[in-house]
Design a binder for this molecule. Structure first.
Ligand code: KG4
Ligand code: ZN
Length: 335
């Protein structure tokens, strides 16, 4: 049966609305970033984020419908980010989604933001072949999952301290670069010829695959104190050395798991998945092993509502429909 689902995302500093057909085909994907406003505070201010979601959501809904050439009457479902995120921000999108579902008499899907980052791999793309290794690298999460199918996951590793994106943001702040740090650091690293050097990392005593990114942040901080970069080339080199270290932390885990030989695909999602050096490095890992690398285009890696609408449509098709008395949660797991 054909489906046409409107998705709403408001978990952090992006307000987004999208329309997705048959859980895969993106008809429109509108994103309004609050980045410029939060930039002046060096990070996201929750209260400001909620107010801005409230202001921009109605216009984004209108714009998304217009761009997709769709009317409210044609919608078969509403999907919304229900967790995790800033609770005030989540509630704005959640209330709007409930009101729409109630008024239109269509099912509501409560979508987990992190699961949706993985589902983004299937937007405007062929179905993922399972079992897949799922890698989420975002501002708040760095995790590896065994994915037997959509909806069937086992957590294999997570971060013991900072998330990968958080490390990019914190290091960018230390280097006086601005927010968000990921794209800024990537740009500088690209200008440097330093492609292999890394900071040494503290090895974990147990044999865990868990990540740790606080050590590299400290290493950059010490380097800035002891040997502050004297020119642009040295700044770029420091950015490259940091990025190389983060990539190595991720790749070393991925290698161990891919060597097990059970995965047919590697699915990556989240804002850090925009990083071209990371994408290239993962391609080098998967290609010789004959494993499909499934990474969405950058617009579906960073926060968007197409991934919410897509996964929501899938959930509705499986009968996973949310009660209108359900609520959003700042933290929740999906596995
Ligand atoms: O998934 P996302 O848009 O929001 C969360 O759900 O957290 O991820 C945002 C994170 C930020 O920490 C940002 O610095 C990072 O993704 N990021 C990048 C790049 N683009 C965004 N990190 C490294 N390289 C990039 N090109
Ligand atoms: Zn996200």
């Amino acid at each position: 049966m054909n489906s046409l689902v409107l998705g709403i995302e408001s978990s952090c500093d992006e307000t987004a609305v999208a329309l997705v057909k048959n859980a895969a085909q993106v008809l429109s994907s509108e994103v309004s970033s609050q980045m410029d406003l939060h930039k002046r505070y060096g990070g996201v201010v929750p209260e400001v984020a909620s107010r801005l979601h409230l202001e921009s959501l109605p216009f984004l809904v209108e714009e998304a419908l217009k761009k997709a050439n769709v009317t409210f009457d044609e919608l078969t479902g509403i999907a919304v980010t229900a967790a995790p995120g800033l609770i005030g921000a989540l509630l704005v999108g959640f209330s709007a989604a409930k009101a729409l579902a109630f008024r239109l008499g269509v099912p509501l899907a409560n979508v987990h933001h992190i699961e949706a980052h993985l589902y983004a791999a299937q937007l405007d793309a062929p179905p993922v072949v399972f079992p897949a290794l799922g890698l989420v690298v975002s501002g708040g999460h760095t995790e590896l999952y065994h994915m037997a199918d959509w909806g069937q996951y086992k957590l294999l590793a997570s971060t013991r301290d900072d998330a990968a994106g958080e490390a990019f943001d914190k290091v960018a702040k230390l280097m006086g670069l601005g927010y968000p740090g990921g794209p800024l650091i990537e740009k500088m690293a690209k200008l440097s010829s330093e492609t292999t050097q890394t900071f040494s990392k503290a090895r974990m005593k147990d044999k865990t695959l868990d990540f740790s990114f606080s050590g590299v942040k400290t290493a950059v901080s010490l380097e800035l104190q002891k040997n502050p970069p004297k020119n642009e080339a040295e700044q770029n080199k420091l950015a490259a050395k940091f990025q190389n270290t983060v990539l190595e932390e991720i790749l070393s885990r991925v290698e161990v798991l891919l060597d097990e030989g059970q995965f047919k695909s590697l699915v990556m999602g989240g804002g850090v998945a925009c990083n071209q050096a990371l994408r290239d490095a993962l391609y080098k890992e998967t290609e010789p092993r004959d494993i499909a690398l499934r990474v969405p285009p950058p617009q579906y890696c960073s926060d968007n509502a197409a991934m919410i609408a897509g996964l929501g449509a899938f959930q509705i098709s499986k009968g996973k429909i949310a009660d209108l008395s359900s609520t959003a949660l700042p933290r929740a797991s999906f596995y």
